[in-house]
Write a protein that binds this ligand. Structure first.
Ligand SMILES: Nc1ncnc2c1ncn2[C@@H]1O[C@H](COP(=O)(O)OP(=O)(O)OP(=O)(O)O)[C@@H](O)[C@H]1O
Ligand SMILES: [Mg+2]
Length: 438
């Protein structure tokens, strides 16, 4: 097994020693057992699962270092940056800051990148994690807010306790209170049994309140009360129950603006945002796009059990320049889509339709319907792009089918495309391969 040990830093070496020790304990349990009772087997399985998670965690770190890994050990400064006081972190170059986090055994949970703004966020998370202070994470959709909440949980003293996630935007108003605080049997129609709420489930652990900006005002009042008293009451019950849950909240809304508009309580905002972390959008981390493409290219290939797909230069150029309004999630999805649809090499045609640039042969003459659509003053740019792209696609498919005399397999081979994807495209445009038989 290739051991992860960047520059021999202390934290990682110790992680391996600890892992080996655990494996040894499990081995000796098995070696000396004459027979095992069910509880022992279950215990062993639990230990094995924990171990697997830890190994996966290390492998994440290894991949992270490999993906970034331009510098060689000799280029690193003498001595471990783990020894440097944290205050000096700001003065360090990004690579050193990331390595210092690694050397301090920071758990990244798969978060990677060494953009200074992201590192700022990770360093804040590192300091906030061991405390019980509430953290508010904000940032655009797909920037990694939920991942950051997991990072905070994983690096704190509650890491082995529950992590409970609640999507505040997805709970109907009428069920909110019961969902968060639980209910007593018979509290309302349909409450057939006593039920624990999310806060109780998160006792001693972390509760992640996602989309907190969507929480309606009455829910905000109730949440505020819990934050102040650390107690809850199940719906329909007078009994107060103490809960000790660490709160991490996330939003892609500008809460200050919501406060001005009167839809978010200012006092709740201040309670939740004792530590405030803002994640940068991908367009402000463009330098990391090549790394993310490589990472998700590999990850998707692994998930889809295929070889990593090669990108044509024009697709690569597109992916490097694209604005990614859906941030890392969008980039990840694109890489999975490409890996699923393309053969050996992926091209622009494998991009989702709504972002696909019109292909050169597809530039339509002025009289075509798509151009006419585009000329209409009231269509949005996205619609115009989609129409042009559709037309380009159809044009390409027709020409391609003509060239191969309607043999779809041959066309798929020539275009290095997955045959079934090609069939889907033909169906979409109502094209029949037999119409192109010579
Ligand atoms: N820095 C990062 N490194 C690696 N993967 C990342 C990073 N940031 C985000 N991701 C990945 O991007 C995807 C979206 O992340 P996540 O769900 O945490 O975003 P979010 O901000 O909560 O989005 P939304 O606002 O839409 O809920 C996930 O697959 C996550 O693993
Ligand atoms: Mg999210």
């Amino acid at each position: 097994m290739k051991l992860y040990n960047p520059g021999g830093e202390r934290g990682s070496a110790m992680s391996y020693a600890a892992l080996l020790e655990k494996i040894e304990i499990m081995r000796s349990t098995l070696r000396w057992a004459t027979r095992m009772e069910r509880p022992d087997v279950e215990k062993l399985l639990r230990q094995a699962n924990t171990l697997r998670d830890e190994v996966m965690g290390l492998s994440h770190k290894e991949r992270f270092v490999e993906a970034i890994g331009a510098e060689t050990a000799s280029e690193r400064r003498a001595g471990s940056s783990a020894e440097l006081p944290a205050q000096l972190a700001d003065a360090l170059p990004a690579g050193e800051r990331r390595r210092a986090l690694l050397a301090r055994s920071f758990v990244f949970e798969g978060t990677f990148g060494d953009n200074p703004k992201l590192l700022d966020a990770l360093e804040i998370a590192e300091k906030a994690a061991p405390t019980d202070l509430p953290v508010l994470v904000d940032g655009e959709s797909g920037t990694g807010k939920e991942l950051m909440a997991k990072v905070i949980h994983a690096n704190g003293s509650r890491a082995d306790k529950p992590y409970i996630s609640v999507n505040c935007g997805a709970i109907p108003d009428s069920l909110l209170e019961s969902e968060l605080f639980g209910h007593k049997k018979g509290a309302f129609t349909g409450a057939a049994n006593d039920r624990k709420g999310k806060f109780e489930s998160a006792h001693k652990g972390t509760i992640f309140l996602d989309e907190i900006g969507e929480l309606p005002l009455p829910g905000q009042v109730k949440l505020l009360r819990v934050l102040q008293s650390h107690e809850i009451q199940r719906v329909g019950s007078d009994e107060t129950i103490s809960v000790d849950a660490r709160i991490v909240a996330a939003t892609n809304k500008n809460l200050r603006r919501l406060i001005e508009q009167g839809s978010f309580r200012e006092d709740l905002f201040y309670r939740l945002s004792v530590i405030h972390v803002t994640l940068p959008p991908l367009r402000e981390r463009k330098d990391e796009i090549p790394l993310l493409i490589a990472y998700y290219g590999d990850e998707s290939a692994e998930a889809l059990k295929r070889r990593p797909v090669a990108l044509t230069p024009r697709l690569r150029d597109f992916l490097l320049a694209y604005g990614y309004p859906g941030n890392i999630r969008e980039l990840r999805n694109i890489m999975y889509r490409i890996s699923c649809l393309a053969g050996e090499a992926a091209d622009l045609s494998h991009l989702p339709e709504d972002i696909r640039p019109a292909l050169a042969p597809a530039v339509a003459p002025a009289s075509t319907p798509a151009s006419a659509t585009m000329a209409a003053a009231n269509v949005s740019l996205a619609e115009a792009k989609r129409a042009a792209s559709d037309e380009a696609e159809r044009h390409c498919l027709e020409r391609g089918l003509q060239e191969v005399g309607g043999t779809v397999t041959e066309l798929a081979r020539r275009w290095d495309m997955n045959r079934s994807h090609l069939q889907i495209l033909l169906k979409k445009h109502g094209l029949h391969s037999k119409d192109f038989k010579h």
